[in-house]
Design a protein around this ligand. Structure first.
Ligand code: S3P
Length: 445
């Protein structure tokens, strides 16, 4: 049965709250992967126990890694098997809804002395896999996938892989990371050249596990295959996910009478584009107490109601690094709906191949509330100040559309509905509790 949120909102009620959103999804995937490939035991604190990352955890268990999760403390203990200790799974590996899971794990499977089939849900089976399969084929692994270049993917690994020097046609941290993981199994240093500035969590965490990783320039990276094994740092603490915090940051900006503080948020500069965009749109936002936690900067973010002063902005690659806020575009679109003027988002064609076609699904979400907006081949155009009425949003199975629609609902008076909200659990368990804190009433049925 498809579940939904009915959200009754009363924005005249004052809300001042401090929240800690769940752990970073990108970093949680990488923590499981690298801890599994290291020798020794790694305790991961504040692991994201969401559907996407739990699928990655289960996949490494299926490949013979001893992983225990304590749900009460959000702690995961991984007894790594070493770079060459994975074993073939007796069943097909299932990533669920996770594009990061499938692409990163394909990089590792490419260097294994066995054949594996990996797949995921209906959305994953529509998403492009050639972007990772092409470079991994150059490295010597063999693949079979559907005629449209999608999962299920069967990969036959090669020992050792060929080191390559690869220029990615699109800026993608998933593709870069797949190649870097395969690079751990290569016969020399592997170079990846990025046309943009995709998130660098893999590089940072590899260094934390003792791998030699260098940046010959701002957008290129070289990984050197480790001479022996990865060194477990023993303990890892995952910061809160700025992509989850972004929903509450935007809510505080667009809802009257609201002040929200988000604690311990990951502030990796390849992820903080949302802060730059909000600043450009004149949101009252403040970042404080910046500190380093195991190779990643974190801090606290406070946002105060700013609805009256919000201004539209043009977001494209010439003015902003689009990759640094690509996952936040649905919620930035909600912010734009309250900003005076026309916001234009370009150079965001990657949105078409996310969990849904996010250009179409973001547009439909806005239109459900009467917002004046239209679709561009590579983005959206949104006229601010045009939210006209409460709405009913279809998530299309996309967590970020369900959450962006919920935030818009909270900012206007009355009852709105979000249909098909189970997908929220792929990245943000507990989102419904946050909603209840901000709404007059939430019915979760
Ligand atoms: C991710 C990379 C990005 C992002 C995704 C997570 C990662 O995708 O959209 O949600 O953890 O590496 P692309 O690499 O396809 O841009």
């Amino acid at each position: 049965m498809t579940r939904s949120f009915q959200i009754v909102s009363d924005p005249s009620k004052r809300v001042e709250a401090t929240l800690t959103v769940p752990a970073d999804k990108s970093i949680s995937h990488r923590a499981i992967i690298l801890s599994s490939l290291a020798k020794g035991t790694t305790t991961i604190h504040n692991f994201l126990a969401a559907q996407d990352t739990l699928h990655t955890l289960q996949i490494f268990q299926q490949m013979g890694v001893n992983i225990n999760r304590d749900g009460a403390t959000n702690t995961v203990t991984v007894t790594g098997v070493g770079l060459h200790g994975l074993r073939s799974s007796s069943t097909v590996l299932d990533v669920g809804n996770s594009g990061t899971g499938i692409r990163l794990i394909l990089g590792i499977l490419s260097g294994q002395p066995f054949k594996t089939t990996i797949t995921g849900d209906a959305s994953i089976q529509k998403r492009p896999m050639k972007r990772v399969v092409d470079p991994l084929t150059l490295m010597g692994a063999t693949f079979s996938l559907t005629p449209t270049g999608t999962a299920p993917v069967t990969v036959t690994g090669k020992v050792a892989l060929n080191a390559i020097d690869y220029a990615m046609p699109v800026s993608s941290a998933q593709v870069k990371s797949a190649i870097l993981f395969a690079g751990l199994y290569a016969n020399g240093p592997t170079v990846v050249r990025d046309p943009g500035r995709s998130r660098d969590h893999t590089e940072r965490m590899m260094r934390h596990f003792g791998v030699q990783v260098e940046n010959p320039d701002a957008t290129s990276v070289i990984v050197f295959p480790p001479p022996i094994d990865l060194v477990s740092p023993k303990e890892l603490t995952i910061p809160s996910d700025i992509s989850s915090a972004a929903f509450w940051m935007v809510l505080a900006a667009i809802r009257p009478n609201t002040i929200l503080t988000l604690l311990n948020v990951g502030l990796n500069p390849t992820r903080t584009g949302i802060i730059d965009v909000m600043t450009a749109m004149k949101v009252n936002i403040n970042v404080s107490d910046i500190r380093q936690v195991e190779g990643e900067p974190i801090g606290d973010i406070t946002v105060k109601s700013s609805r009256d002063g919000l201004t539209a902005v043009t977001l494209d690659q010439s003015t902003f690094d689009m990759a640094t806020f690509i996952d936040e575009i649905p919620i930035i679109a909600v912010l734009a709906a309250f900003a005076s003027g026309v916001t234009t988002i370009r150079d965001a064609q990657e949105l078409r191949v996310k969990e849904s076609d996010r250009i179409q699904t973001t547009l439909a979400m806005l239109k459900a509330f009467g917002v004046v907006a239209d679709e561009l081949p590579d983005g959206l155009r949104i006229t601010g100040g045009t939210v006209q009425h409460v709405g009913t949003v279809e998530s299309h199975g996309d967590h970020r559309i369900a959450m962006a629609g919920s935030i818009l609902s909270l900012a206007i008076e009355g009852r709105s509905g979000i249909i098909d909200v189970d997908c929220v659990d792929t990245s943000y368990p507990g989102f419904a509790q946050g909603l209840s804190l901000m709404a007059a009433e939430v019915i979760y049925s």
